[in-house]
Design a protein around this ligand. Structure first.
Ligand SMILES: Nc1ncnc2c1ncn2[C@@H]1O[C@H](COP(=O)(O)OP(=O)(O)OP(=O)(O)O)[C@@H](O)[C@H]1O
Ligand SMILES: Cc1cn([C@H]2C[C@H](O)[C@@H](COP(=O)(O)O)O2)c(=O)[nH]c1=O
Length: 204
């Protein structure tokens, strides 16, 4: 039987990465084989593209096309073979991020993104997407506590991140049952409980 595809989304610093390992553990405890991966990245080529995308200035359309180029490689080398084997794939970001960041944040025409999406993954969509939602100011406070250098996206102004957040919420509202909005402005333990309840609902 084909595996399931779960993605995590949210503005930078929303706290999603903190919960990915827990979800993989939960799925493995139910006897499932899990592949945990991320975008942009997830393959040797994708990780090289990630470095460029996060640190090298580039034209907006170049950015969108490189996101989808990395995704094409990721789908071909990792995601599609894993799902075909019956493994479950847990991915830190996927195409919803392109609609939110390149579409909402940067203002790229949605039709161009639809064309790229159709080319790269046709009708394949995640079975479940967890959208970690919180105000930008809260996410920013969390990010500044980290001592590392901020990447190109994290360095963007508040209005960029507000548009990304809005685009995510609009996408969630239009997604039917696929996307679940999680209030991420709460203590970690409460979020963990919500995440586990949602993920458990698709394990049955
Ligand atoms: N519920 C929470 N309350 C307070 N701090 C949190 C919470 N969840 C995560 N953090 C902290 O916020 C920071 C960002 O968390 P994390 O890296 O999980 O976010 P992220 O959504 O994956 O971010 P990015 O997309 O930028 O990689 C980390 O320092 C993490 O320890
Ligand atoms: C997949 C994808 C990602 N991004 C942005 C979003 C983040 O700012 C970075 C990735 O960093 P993270 O630590 O893994 O969150 O890339 C994007 O703009 N468009 C995309 O499609």
């Amino acid at each position: 039987m084909r595996g399931k595809f779960i993605t995590f989304e949210g503005i930078d610093g929303a706290g999603k990465s903190s919960h990915i390992a827990g979800v993989c553990e939960l799925l493995r405890s139910r006897g499932l084989t899990v592949v945990s991966t991320r975008e942009p990245g997830g393959t040797p080529l994708g990780e090289k593209l990630r470095e460029l995308l996060l640190h090298e200035p580039m034209h907006l359309e170049t950015e969108a096309m490189l996101m989808f180029a990395a995704r094409r490689e990721h789908l071909a080398a990792v995601i599609e073979p894993a799902l075909a084997r019956g493994d479950w794939v847990v991915c830190d970001r996927f195409s919803d991020a392109t609609y939110a960041y390149q579409g909402g944040g940067r203002g790229l025409d949605r039709h161009k993104l639809l064309d790229l999406e159709h080319w790269v993954h046709g009708h394949l969509q995640p079975d479940l997407t967890l959208l970690f939602d919180l105000p930008f100011a809260v996410a920013r406070e969390r990010i500044v506590l980290q001592t590392r250098e901020l990447d190109r996206f994290e360095q963007e102004r508040a209005d960029f991140h507000e548009r990304v957040r809005q685009a995510y919420l609009e996408r969630a509202a239009a997604s039917g049952q696929r996307m679940h909005v999680i209030d991420a402005d709460r203590p970690r333990e409460q979020i963990k409980k919500t995440v586990e309840e949602i993920v458990s609902s698709i394990c049955r």
